[in-house]
Design a protein around this ligand. Structure first.
Ligand SMILES: [Zn+2]
Length: 312
């Protein structure tokens, strides 16, 4: 993906506040007093004011998942803020289990790839709503997005633009079904290579794409994806071309296979994933032509096999 949806953990696990409770109850000393209770052994437990407040805050987040820009920043005492942020910054069994569960809840592709860019591997959890402004959501399961280092760093503390809209698309609660990128590929005879031209055709994602540097990163990735595709085309030709009676028959099957791969990328990674976009662009282009690819990129063996096929 980019602009596709990953799954919020709540679909599997109803009570998000249990995570807070588990983390808070295992804190020690003054942090436990602030986050949980000053007398945890009392029955019934007398919870701290902050505990009650966070319970409410969690409900608000869950009611606002489609309009998180409406969340109001609250004020906290310094020690409250510190204790809330400590829930995330300090490791705990509950937090590790939560992170693991968030990742395991995703499709195979998003178990390893960043939900913002779909390019790089997950290296951290990004706080969709920045924990510096909203410490109450530092361990809210909906607020933790499996992210790569690049996206996490580029997004930083950004949340709202001056007009009140969000900078970054939310992969848990938004999904873009339409293709919002245009791709064009060109063969450069001078260096016997391809270049891609990628543009965004939807203003809605201007900021997201600009901040995460998606166009430039897609461009680099497009070339890698296409290089791999080309290698596969050549090795598949070497392995299977002898089974065909003509180049036309081979081409027909070749296009069918590329279409299958493209559709698989679409299902696994989404309409705006760079993998799908490259396969789709290739399929629609004049370069989706075995003869052309072998003539330009094939080795002597492939060229000989092409010759054989043409004279068969
Ligand atoms: Zn990323």
């Amino acid at each position: 993906m980019v602009l596709d949806t990953i799954v919020p953990i709540s679909k599997l696990d109803e009570v998000t506040f249990n995570v807070y409770k588990d983390v808070a109850v295992n804190k020690r000393g003054s942090r436990k007093k602030i986050l949980y209770s000053s007398d945890p052994k009392s029955r019934p437990i007398i919870y701290s004011n902050l505990y009650r407040k966070i319970e409410q805050k969690y409900r608000i987040y869950e009611l606002r998942t489609n309009s998180l820009e409406l969340l109001m920043e609250d004020t906290f005492l310094d020690e409250e803020k510190e204790a809330l942020q400590h829930c995330y910054s300090s490791s705990s069994k509950a937090l590790s289990e939560l992170k693991e569960k968030i990742i395991q809840s995703q499709s195979k592709f998003y178990q390893s790839k960043c939900a913002y860019c779909g390019i790089d591997s997950i290296s951290c959890m990004d706080h969709y709503v920045p924990k510096e402004k909203f410490p109450e959501y530092s361990i809210h399961p909906y607020n933790l997005i499996p992210s790569c280092e690049t996206c996490n760093t580029k997004k930083g503390k950004l949340f709202l633009q001056s007009n009140g809209t969000r900078y970054i698309f939310n992969p848990y609660f938004e999904k873009e079904e339409n293709k919002v990128f245009n791709l064009k590929m060109n063969y450069l005879s001078k260096n016997n290579s391809f270049s891609f031209y990628i543009e965004l055709n939807s203003e809605k994602y201007n900021k997201h794409v600009e901040i995460l540097n998606i166009i430039k990163r897609y461009n680099v990735e497009a070339i890698n994806i296409f290089d791999n595709l080309k290698t596969e085309v050549l090795s598949s030709f070497s392995a299977h071309s002898s089974m065909y009676s003509s180049l036309t028959m081979y081409e027909k099957n070749f296009r069918k296979e590329i279409k299958k791969s493209r559709d698989r990328k679409l299902n696994e990674r989404g309409t705006n994933s760079i993998d799908f976009l490259v396969y789709d662009c290739f399929l629609m282009s004049e370069y989706c032509n075995v003869k052309f690819l072998i003539e330009k990129f094939g080795g002597s063996c492939e060229k000989q096999e092409l010759e054989n096929l043409l004279t068969r």
